[in-house]
Design a protein around this ligand. Structure first.
Ligand SMILES: *[C@@H]1O[C@H](CO)[C@@H](O)[C@H](O)[C@H]1NC(C)=O
Ligand SMILES: *[C@@H]1O[C@H](CO)[C@@H](O)[C@H](O)[C@H]1NC(C)=O
Ligand SMILES: *[C@@H]1O[C@H](CO)[C@@H](O)[C@H](O)[C@H]1NC(C)=O
Ligand SMILES: *[C@@H]1O[C@H](CO)[C@@H](O)[C@H](O)[C@H]1NC(C)=O
Ligand SMILES: *[C@@H]1O[C@H](CO)[C@@H](O)[C@H](O)[C@H]1NC(C)=O
Length: 327
C-alpha cells in the first residue's frame, strides 16, 4: 500500500537525516500544545501564564488533557473569586447600595463553577456540550458585570475576577477536532497539531467537514509554494547540475500532488471515497521526489526532505479527516 510505503520512507528520512528542521517539525513539545490551546483563549499571554502555573501542564500529552487542566484552573479561580465577592458582600465597610449586586455576582459565580466543572467532564463525552458549558460560564460573568454596572459604582477587583472567568470560555470545538484527528493520524501528534494550527482558519472550524476543506486548501497552497521553490532552484545557475534531474521529478510530483489536493476538496461533498483516494494519492508526489535525491546528502537536499515531510503530513492528515467524514 502506498500509505505504508510513504510511512516507511518518512521513517527512513527521520532516522537518516536528523537535521534541525526535521527535529523541530517532529518534536512533540508541550509548548506546541499550550500554544494551540491558548490560541482558543480570550487572551493568549494570560492563558499561557495561567496554564504554566499548573505543575501538570508540562506532562500533558494532548490537547484534551490540557483543556481539562484549563477548566480545572477555571474552577479553582472562579471558586476563589466567589469567596472573595461573598466576603466583600458581608463586609461592613462595603457600600450598602453595592450589596445586592455583589449577592447576584456570588450566585453567578456559583453557576460558573458548576459550568466549568461540567465542561471538564463533557470533554470526554461531547465537546459541543463542553463548549456550551464554557460559554455559559462566560454568560455568568456578563451577568455579574451587568449587575455591577447598574450600581454605577466601579469595583475593579470584581471586574478583574470577571476577566479571569472569561479567560477559558471561547471556542473549544476546534481544539477537540484537532485532537481527534491527530490521534488517528500516523504522523507525530505534535507535528500534526502544529501543521493544523499553523493555519489560523483551523480555529474557526466547528466540524470535520470544514476542517477537511481548510486542510486541503492549505495543503494545495503549501504544495504549490514548494513546487514554485523547486522551479526557482531548477532555473538558478547556483544549483548543482546533478540536482537538476531530481528537481524536475519534484516539480512534476508536487504539481500532481497540488492538483490531487484540489480535486479532493471538490469531491468532498460529492464522493467521499474518491476524495479520500485523491488525498492519500498526493503522498506519491513526495515519493516521486524522494527516490531521486536518495543518494545525495547535501544541505539543499535536506530542504527538499523537509518539504516532503510537510507534503506527506498534509496527505495523511487530510486522509484521516476525510475517512472520518465517511464514517
Ligand atoms: C492580554 O494580557 C496582557 C497581560 O495581561 C496584556 O498586556 C494584553 O494587552 C492583553 N491582550 C489583549 C488582546 O487584551
Ligand atoms: C486567577 O488566575 C489568575 C491567573 O492565573 C491569577 O492571577 C489570579 O490571581 C487568580 N485569581 C484567583 C482569585 O484565584
Ligand atoms: C459595564 O461597563 C463597562 C464600562 O463602562 C463596559 O465596558 C462594559 O461593556 C459593561 N458591561 C456590561 C455587561 O454591560
Ligand atoms: C508549509 O507548511 C509548513 C508546516 O505547516 C510550514 O512550516 C511552512 O512554512 C509552509 N510553507 C509555506 C510555503 O506555506
Ligand atoms: C536509496 O538508494 C539505495 C541504493 O541506491 C536503495 O537501496 C534504497 O532502497 C533507496 N531508498 C529509497 C528510499 O529510495
Amino acid at each position: 500500500m502506498k500509505h505504508v510505503a510513504a510511512a516507511a520512507i518518512a521513517l527512513f528520512l527521520i532516522i537518516h537525516s536528523p537535521s534541525q528542521t526535521d527535529a523541530r517539525i517532529l518534536k512533540n513539545s508541550p509548548s506546541t500544545l499550550v500554544d494551540s490551546v491558548c490560541k482558543n483563549a480570550l487572551n493568549y499571554s494570560d492563558c499561557v501564564s495561567a496554564l504554566e502555573s499548573d505543575p501538570q501542564t508540562p506532562s500533558a500529552s494532548d490537547l484534551k488533557a490540557l483543556a481539562k487542566i484549563a477548566f480545572a484552573i477555571a474552577v479553582t479561580n472562579t471558586t476563589n473569586g466567589k469567596d472573595y465577592i461573598a466576603k466583600m458582600a458581608k463586609d461592613s465597610s462595603t457600600a450598602t447600595s453595592l450589596v445586592p449586586a455583589l449577592k447576584q455576582c456570588v450566585s453567578d459565580y456559583e453557576s460558573a463553577v458548576v459550568s466549568f466543572d461540567s465542561a471538564k467532564v463533557e470533554l470526554d463525552e461531547d465537546v459541543m456540550s463542553a463548549n456550551y458549558d464554557a460559554k455559559a460560564a462566560g454568560d455568568s460573568a456578563v451577568s455579574c458585570e451587568t449587575s455591577l454596572n447598574s450600581t454605577r459604582l466601579d469595583v475593579p477587583s470584581v471586574r478583574a475576577r470577571n476577566y479571569y472567568v472569561n479567560l477559558f470560555t471561547s471556542n473549544w470545538p476546534s481544539a477537540s477536532l484537532v485532537d481527534d484527528v491527530c490521534k488517528k493520524s500516523d504522523t507525530t501528534y505534535g507535528d500534526c497539531v502544529s501543521t493544523l494550527e499553523s493555519d489560523p482558519r483551523t480555529r474557526t472550524a466547528s466540524d470535520l467537514r470544514s476542517l477537511a476543506r481548510i486542510v486541503l486548501e492549505t495543503a494545495h497552497a503549501n504544495t504549490t509554494k514548494s513546487k514554485e521553490h523547486f522551479e526557482i532552484l531548477a532555473k538558478s545557475s547556483m544549483t548543482a547540475p546533478d540536482l537538476m534531474a531530481a528537481l524536475k521529478k519534484c516539480i512534476f510530483g508536487y504539481d500532481r500532488a497540488a492538483a490531487l489536493f484540489s480535486s479532493s476538496r471538490m469531491k468532498i461533498d460529492l464522493d467521499i471515497t474518491a476524495a479520500s483516494y485523491d488525498a492519500i494519492a498526493a503522498h506519491a508526489g513526495a515519493l516521486f521526489c524522494a527516490y531521486q535525491y536518495n543518494s545525495t546528502t547535501r544541505i539543499d537536499v535536506q530542504t527538499i526532505r523537509a518539504r516532503n515531510i510537510y507534503l506527506e503530513s498534509y496527505a495523511t492528515i487530510a486522509f484521516v479527516i476525510i475517512n472520518q467524514l465517511g464514517g
